[in-house]
Design a protein around this ligand. Sequence first.
Ligand code: AMP
Ligand code: ZN
Length: 117
Amino acid sequence: MAGEPQDDCLFCKIVAGQIPATIVRETDTTVAFRDINPQAPTHVLVIPKAHHKDAAALAAAAPQLAADVLRETQAVADAEQLDSYRTTFNTGAGAGQTVWHAHAHVLGGRGLEWPPG
Ligand code: AMP
Ligand code: ZN
């Protein structure tokens, strides 16, 4: 059920402390941790603690929680002293989504080309 922890979900396990992660920020509703395979000097993932399969499902089921995630992307950028950064939600396998628990990538600390690949 949406919002409930999923036994087979990597990010639910990080939320539960069952898998280690380098946590940079935590709120009542969100966790931010460093990506294990960073694509930029700063590459942090911001996730809702509750399980939703992607950003669109999160926004539809829990809009306040989606706003919490977005607010945290700026808090991460502030903590990492980034003036410019990119927030990315990969949605669907064709866009590179590999973990089916909504997450925002916060990328910064290098030149970020536009349009992205
Ligand atoms: P996506 O491909 O958009 O679904 O993003 C999933 C991200 O999770 C990838 O950038 C992975 O490098 C990252 N990732 C996978 N496993 C872990 C982990 N145990 N800790 C931190 N990041 C992870
Ligand atoms: Zn999950």
